[in-house]
Design a protein around this ligand. Structure first.
Ligand SMILES: NC(=O)c1ccc[n+]([C@@H]2O[C@H](COP(=O)([O-])OP(=O)(O)OC[C@H]3O[C@@H](n4cnc5c(N)ncnc54)[C@H](OP(=O)(O)O)[C@@H]3O)[C@@H](O)[C@H]2O)c1
Length: 471
């Protein structure tokens, strides 16, 4: 029987019971009769250029299929670049890397299912579970798939660079420089994002300046950048909510400082710090939204200004401040923003500030506007004691820079130290606000990745809104 794998016959009967989430070895409840499995094994052993032996990936009773002669210890890896390109399980099913174009028709016609970990865009093939052939007709299909998988040409590596450009620094005190680094891999529970945009945050100055020593382990070379936007390029083991090609953005939430958003690729946890980019939000704005938007939303929610209340935002001209002004104004509060006369004042006023006060006259100017003090203050920059001192007794104060007023208890202040929490829900809310026109992402300047070092220097010299980096 000649089988056309582009349009295979339909497999009849029920599909084996598999979980669809993991290699479903023992969940399979359909087996090959011994003579059918033996014929399949004989077919595999006869394939030109294919070496067989006990599997290192599956249980040893599975027959491994390899394109390379064993010349040392095997890695347990189901891919022709490393070890096995497939194996025949003792039950008769094949766990196989097959050419991508064959996969949809095999799945649609009931012969196979795709393994969720196998979506690796750098390879022109993918790993499927081909169900155990139960009779001669099914053996013909399995044999045809096996032959296709055994063709070396299908397993040539696609032309992708294994290196990427990144802005990184390799020691404390070193200046970040454009560097070639290995493209990271998506570990279990992670997605690899091909980054198209990021932005500068106050956090980056802390990272580059070495001020986060003791808070985070620095794994040099450390790539700069907390924000990212781009497309999922690969998914790690166990990731089911995101798929290759999804447009995503968020905050790099890794336990150490090492990978960052100022790079062509970054691997991030799939379930925290990442959300899909909805229609209507471009990647530049998405790349400038994550950390600053989250910090601003968390801070304004913490002080929860009610309509008609007065809120002071100290540091209103920066990235977090620009979002915080908008969130406070959207609640109907009267917003007093720190800004110098001229461009700064015009900037925060356009975002919804009702009053502006210069940074060197905050205390006097705020007292003039609210002689009994403001109901709430969001502290992003400036002297914490001065800012908290302007809150009326019993009011609310939130700081993103870890200032806690000594007299909070005596004055009945509710204080919050903000640790940004970029949950998928928060990121989705931010993106939704932008798409709905409720939130502006004030991108003041754009830099290419090659100029990202300059973006950091300029940010240190003074910020007005967000500085975007395009990759
Ligand atoms: N805890 C967290 O989870 C978290 C999250 C995000 C951010 N943060 C922190 O929050 C702060 C703000 O972040 P960001 O990204 O918005 O930084 P940013 O863009 O540098 O914003 C700070 C702004 O405050 C202004 N400023 C400086 N000194 C001031 C003063 N004395 N009075 C009033 N305004 C002053 C700055 O103006 P010039 O640049 O012109 O001086 C700048 O526009 C940073 O320290 C950052 O590390 C913390």
């Amino acid at each position: 029987m000649i089988v056309n794998l582009e349009a295979p016959p339909r497999r009849t009967g029920t599909r084996p019971a598999t979980t669809g989430r993991e290699i479903p070895h023992d969940q399979l409840d359909q087996f090959s009769p011994p003579e059918i499995r033996a014929a399949l094994v004989a077919e595999a052993e006869a394939l030109p250029g294919v070496f067989t032996g006990p599997s290192q990936v599956s249980e040893p009773s599975s027959l491994a299929l390899r394109l390379h002669r064993p010349d040392g210890p095997w890695e347990a890896f189901l891919h022709p670049s490393r070890d096995e390109f497939g194996h025949i399980h003792r039950a008769g099913f094949l766990h196989l890397t097959v050419p991508l174009p064959l996969v949809p028709a095999l799945i649609e016609n009931g012969w196979a299912e795709r393994h969720p970990i196998s979506l690796r865009p750098e390879w022109p093939d993918t790993i499927v579970m081909l169900y155990a052939p139960r009779d001669q007709d099914e053996l013909a299909v399995a044999t045809a798939v096996l032959r296709a998988a055994g063709h070396r040409q299908f397993h040539q590596r696609r032309e992708v660079r294994s290196d990427m450009r990144a802005l990184a620094f390799d020691d404390f005190g070193a200046t970040p420089a454009l560097t070639e680094l290995a493209v990271p891999e998506a570990a279990a529970g992670e997605v690899l994002v091909q980054v198209t945009a990021s932005s500068v945050n106050g956090f980056d100055l802390g990272s580059v300046g070495g001020f986060l020593k003791g808070v985070y382990d620095y794994e040099f070379p450390v790539v700069v950048g907390k924000d990212f936007a781009g497309k999922v390029a690969a998914v790690g083991d166990g990731v089911t909510d995101l798929a290759v090609g999804d447009a995503v953005f968020g905050v790099v939430m890794r336990p150490t400082l090492g990978q960052g958003g100022f790079a062509e690729y970054v691997a991030v946890p799939a379930s925290y710090g990442v959300a899909r980019i909805p229609d209507g939000l471009d990647e530049i704005r998405a790349g400038a939204l994550g950390l600053a938007g989250t910090a601003a939303l968390n801070a304004v929610d913490a002080v929860a200004p009610a309509a008609g209340e007065t809120v002071l935002i100290s540091g209103a001209t920066g990235g977090v401040g620009a979002f915080a002004v908008q969130f406070a104004a959207a609640r109907g509060a009267t917003v007093i923003a720190t800004a110098e006369p001229g461009a700064e004042a015009a900037f925060v006023t356009a975002l919804g500030a009702d009053h502006t006060v210069g940074r060197d006259e905050v205390a006097a100017a705020v007292r003039e506007l609210a002689k009994d003090g403001v109901h709430a203050a969001v502290h992003l920059a400036g002297d914490g004691a001065t800012v908290s001192g302007l809150v009326a007794d019993g009011g609310r104060f939130a700081s993103t820079i870890h200032f806690a007023p000594d007299d909070a208890d005596a004055r009945g202040l509710k204080t919050t130290a903000i640790m940004s929490d970029p949950s998928p829900e928060t990121l989705a809310r931010l993106a939704g606000d932008v798409v709905a026109g409720r939130l502006r992402v004030p991108v003041a300047r754009r830099y290419a990745l090659a100029e990202a070092g300059q973006a950091i220097s300029d940010f240190m010299a003074g910020t007005l809104g967000k500085f975007a980096v395009t990759v």
